[in-house]
Structures are given as C-alpha cells and as structure tokens.
Design a protein around this ligand. Structure first.
Ligand code: GDP
Length: 531
C-alpha cells in the first residue's frame, strides 16, 4: 500500500485504505462466480450464493426487476463492500449483459480500477473490448484475471499477445500457470517466487528459489516442472516487467491466472488489487482539483434508481464520495440548484442488503434516499460551489417514439417519461417543431426496462415505434449565432434534451457527415458530460 506521512488525517488514512473497483467481462467469462469468491474472501461467508440468488428473497424485490429474473441477468448496479487485511474494497457491479446500458458507463466513472476477467478459452471478446475502451477513456488501471484455467484453455502466451495487440496495452504476467486443463496444478508467482497449489489455501504457498527450483518436480511432477522452467523464463524475458506507474496510468496490465469456480487464484488477485490498485485519486472539478484527503466532503451522483425495494418506495441516488467524511444527519449542498439535501440515513450497499451507514469516506459509495431532487451528475459538497466533471451521457443508438395504448394517459406518460429521464433510465428529446417527444436508449434492454416500468410503476402500457431518425448528436460551438442558424435551418430535425441542451437528429450517418461538412464551425458530439 502507498505509504502515508505520520501526520496524515483520518480522512487521508481512510481514503488510502480503500480500493473501489468494477469487474469488466464478456457475459459468461465468470464475473458472477468471481464476485462470489471475492466476497467470501472478504469474510462475508454468509453471502455465499447470494449474488446469484434467484429464490424468494430476490422475488420480493421490486416488480420491475422481474425482467432481470426472467432473463437471468442483472439490470441494476449494486455496490458490495468487504474488508480484508485492513483494506476496504468497494466492488461496483455492472450489468453483465451483452446489451449495453448507460449504467455501465456511468459506474465506470465512479471506480478507481477495474478487473478485466477473460475466459481462458476465449480471450478478448466483443464486450470486453467495449468496456475496456470506456476504461481507457478515463485512464482507469486494469488488472487482468484469466479465468477457467481448470478447463481446456488457449496457450497463455497467445492470450498475453492477444491482450497486448488488441488492446494496445503492455502486459506484465504476475502469475504463470503450471500444467493445463485437467493437469492444472496451480500457478507460479513470478514476482514473489512462490508456487501456489490449486486446491490449497492462500497460506499454503510454497516459497521457491525460482522456476528452476529443485523442489518443484516433487511438487508438480517432472513434466510440469520442466515446462514451467522454460515458460517462466520466456515469459519474464518476453513481456513487460510490472511497473506501478505504468499500471496506474492505464498503459500496463498485471495478469493473474486462476479459476473462479475452484476458488483458485482469487486471493492472489485480491492481494494484487490491495497492493497495486490506486486508492481514490484526486478528481478534477470545474474550478479546481479535489484531493481525497481534504477535510470537507465532496461527492457526485453517478446513478439514480427508483423503487429498489417495495418497502422503500423512493429514489436512491448513488453517491461516490471524493473527499471528506460523511456522517449520518449531515446536510449537503446540491451545487446545481443550491438546495440543501439532508442525508439522514445514508445507505451502504452490502451485497444488495441495505445497511445504514454511520460514516463513509472517500472511495465509498452511499445511497441517499430522496424524492427526485438528486440527479445523475449532481455534485454534493459542504457548501463549496464546484462541479465534478465526467459523468457522461452517450448518444443513444436507438431512437423511438412512444405509442400509447390509451390516449387518455398522455398526461401521465409525460410525467412518467420526465421522471424516468431524470433517473437516467432513458433519454428524452423534445423536437423543436412541437412533434411528440422521442426516447433514446443505448441498448434494447434499456427499452424493455422502460416499457416494464411505465406499465408497472406508472400504469401506462405503451409500445415503441421507429422514427425517421437513426442517430443524434449534441450540438456545440463557440459561435452561438451559428447554433441559432443551424436550429432555424433544421427545425424539423432538432430537439432539446432533458437538460435543455440542443441536439441534431439525423436520418442517416450520411446526413450527419454532411451536416459536419456544411457546418464546420459547429461540433456534433456523441458524448456529453453532464454539467
Ligand atoms: P458471468 O456471466 O460473467 O457472470 O459468468 P458466470 O460467473 O455466471 O459463469 C458462467 C459459467 O462459467 C458458469 O456456468 C460458471 O459455473 C462457469 N465458470 C465460471 N468460472 C469458472 C471457472 O473458473 N472454471 C470453470 N470450469 N467454469 C467456470
């Protein structure tokens, strides 16, 4: 862990022992299994199986999560906190479905590191790549876990090369597999010179003099020992040496091998996270950069969720703390509006069970119950007027008009859409020519969630129709009059989003390109950072 000066404040100390991370993986790579095993390591024994629980406990949760059960996927983002060897880990769960959702992107704005899980038989898959690109945009350091080593796997050298080439990332192997598939005996720790036997506890690591150690053949057999000696040498010579600065800048990934199912390599991975992953970093705001050790509290909302639990029919804003200490009962300033928000019962999310937090520190995520005041991207402070940057909105890839089954419900629909847009479930665009609003989502799954919530929560059954538009972009430019001229010239193909920002709607990519050519003084952005 990074050393602290003796005079460090409580806030700086608490911040320094926190690791807030997410797991990025293609579906089926083993994210859920790994999450379970990580929680077990963190002493949360009673949670075994809880992550995957599909029983009654889960069914009592809110109705709209029915989609989640029906499809066997996790729509909601949750936060799990566990502690090990004086390090507090906050694992922010991201939806593990092939379909992309904005929640996933936003969750990645609230972490300081990510674990990239690869299936050893498959390597980098489409979703791994997409999620990785989001991490790269934010220079989030990545720890790689090559999972399912107990099964038939691809050659480890080939996997390392693939990571290096397809992601343009230096790879530094930390562990190296000994034996393959059914012959898999464990891993050799290239840095600490230890053998970690499969089916043994972390404490059973065998210290060695190196991969040629004469004791190895007795441990793993002649053939596997000889193969390791040769491979370890090649791996050490052929790949980058682990470099903490390069890792933290996001240009190098340490690589671990293991099997989540057999609970192997998980402790090693967790040690790596504790040791290498950064504690909360300084975070840029509009007026200045905020250091995590500062005494005054700051944080930002990266997710809002309604009706998480039928017993709490309110909205919960997920706040990532960036500095200071949160105490129950505090009043915080919502910088966007200047309003005071009471934080009477901040919630910690512990494996999806709500627990009231007494205090929280930089790197932690707490839930703040409210009635719709808090929005995604909001900054909360003890009074200072600063805004954190970087909670993004993404140009939706699907634009739809809403078809009401009962036209009498038009007013109700309007309220519902407006609330759901505030929550970030959907984006809403109001065309300037007065035609009905258009909803935008990043993936089909988001539309299903919208449809289900409209019906279940608002009593508004609705369907969706294609529109004449294929895509949208936010319009920006120094020259306000140029923007006005663009809007005048394109009244039928422009709209405002839920925050009043102007957008251009396009029937095809060709039209978008033409607009860019014809309006060189304007920019058409696919990503907008809120506030
Ligand atoms: P997710 O979709 O990424 O959350 O993947 P899951 O954790 O649900 O795992 C997908 C499948 O792979 C399940 O059937 C797991 O039991 C299996 N699995 C996960 N980890 C391992 C592993 O280390 N070895 C083997 N053999 N199977 C695994």
């Amino acid at each position: 862990m990074d050393a602290l000066p003796p005079e460090a404040s409580d806030v700086a100390r608490e911040a320094a022992r926190r690791r807030s991370f997410a797991i990025i993986a293609h579906p089926d790579a083993g994210k859920t299994t790994l999450t379970e095993k990580l929680l077990l390591r963190g002493g949360a024994i009673q949670l075994a199986g809880a992550v995957r629980a599909k029983g009654n406990a889960r069914r009592t949760r809110s109705d709209w999560m029915k989609i989640e059960q029906d499809r066997g996927i996790s729509v909601a983002t949750s936060v799990m906190t566990f502690e090990r060897d004086n390090v507090v880990f906050n694992l922010l769960d991201t939806p593990g479905h092939e379909d992309f959702s904005e929640d996933t992107y936003r969750t990645l704005t609230a972490v300081d590191a990510a674990v990239m899980v690869l299936d050893a038989a498959k390597g980098i898959e489409s979703q791994t790549r997409k999620l990785f690109e989001v991490c790269r945009l934010r220079d989030i350091p990545i720890v790689t876990f090559i999972n399912k080593m107990d099964r038939e796997a691809r050659d480890p050298f080939e996997l390392m090369d693939e990571i290096e080439k397809t992601l343009a990332l230096d790879v530094a192997p930390i562990a190296w597999p000994v034996g393959r598939a059914s012959e898999f005996a464990g891993t050799y720790d290239l840095r600490e010179k230890r053998f970690l036997p499969v089916d043994a506890t972390d404490a059973d690591a065998v210290p060695l003099d190196g991969p040629n150690d004469a004791r190895l053949p007795a441990l793993v057999g002649e053939a596997r020992a000889a193969a390791l000696a040769e491979e370890a040498e090649l791996a050490l010579a052929g790949f980058a040496e682990f470099d903490l600065a390069a890792f933290r800048q996001g240009t190098l990934t340490p690589v671990f091998f293991g099997s989540a199912l057999r609970d192997f390599g998980v402790g090693h991975l967790l040690d790596g996270l504790a040791r290498y992953a950064p504690p909360p970093r300084a975070r840029p705001a509009d007026a200045r950069t905020v250091e995590p050790g500062e005494p005054a509290l700051t944080g930002f909302v990266f997710k809002v969720q309604a009706n998480m639990d039928p017993n709490h029919r309110d909205r919960v804003a997920f706040v990532r703390l960036c500095s200071g200490k949160l105490i129950k009962g505090m009043r915080l300033k919502q910088v966007r509006t200047g309003k005071q928000v009471p934080v009477n019962a901040p919630l910690f999310f512990f494996a999806k069970e709500r627990q009231v937090a007494e205090e929280a520190w930089p790197g932690d995520v707490v839930g703040v119950a409210n009635h719709g005041t808090l929005r995604i991207g909001d900054t909360l402070t003890e009074g200072e007027a600063i805004n954190f940057r970087g909670v993004p909105s993404f140009a939706p890839e699907i634009l739809r008009s809403v078809r009401l089954e009962d036209p009498m419900l038009a007013k109700k629909l309007k309220t519902a859409l407006s609330q759901l847009a505030e929550e970030g479930v959907v984006q809403l665009f109001r065309p300037f020519d007065g035609s009905p609003p258009v909803v935008g989502v990043v993936g089909q799954l988001q539309l299903d969630v919208l449809q289900s919530r409209l019906k279940v929560e608002y009593g508004v059954p609705a369907g969706f129709d294609a529109t004449q538009w294929q895509m949208m972009r936010w319009i920006a430019g120094e020259d306000r009059t140029a923007i006005e001229r663009y809007l005048d010239a394109n009244r039928r193909d422009t709209a405002e989003d839920h925050d009043g920002e102007v957008v251009a709607l396009f029937g095809s990519d060709w039209r978008r390109k033409r607009a860019e050519e014809e309006w060189p003084m304007l920019q058409f952005h696919a990503v907008r950072e809120q506030h």
